[in-house]
Design a protein around this ligand. Sequence first.
Ligand code: FE2
Ligand code: FE2
Length: 193
Amino acid sequence: MSRLVREDQVTVRRVLKVNHAGETGAIKIYAAQIAVARRLFPYIVPELDQMRLDEIDHCRLFRDAMPSRDARPCRIMALWSLGGYVLGAMTALMGERMVWICTEAVESTVHQHLEEQLHFLASRDADLHALISSIQEQEIAHLREAQRRQDGQGWLHAVSVRIIGFLTDLMIWLSTWGDSTWMRRELAAARSA
Ligand SMILES: [Fe+2]
Ligand SMILES: [Fe+2]
């Protein structure tokens, strides 16, 4: 880490901050969905709960990776938490199908972020690269599970995935005060350099 140039250190910190905030929101999305599902479709609760436990694990791993890289969690995590909870509750109240559409949209947005980060980290921070790769495998498993649970067809699916994907990015942006945009710019610049 000490051999990294200053701009790269800043980007690594941003990556950790954005991912930690994202995992916090994901925990809340699943928590809200579980609360609704317990009453309306309890048979999917074990699946959702396993995903929630995975997100708790990811959140802790990102938090643990912060001190040695001088990174800090974002200051207004409450916004992500609230946004995540509202998104989870709203989609679950719309029915079981929308739960899986929401999971698909959120997990594919997360997957895109992680994919960009892996390219950047490969030659810069091997430990964080390995950590994100292993987390990415679990996120892909969540995504596949959500796709397996629905037919993934029709306009409702296409429109909802886009809207929820947009809301997910918006929440990450708001809760990190635009850090996610800076992070993406820096990752893209490093790629084309
Ligand atoms: Fe996660
Ligand atoms: Fe996930």
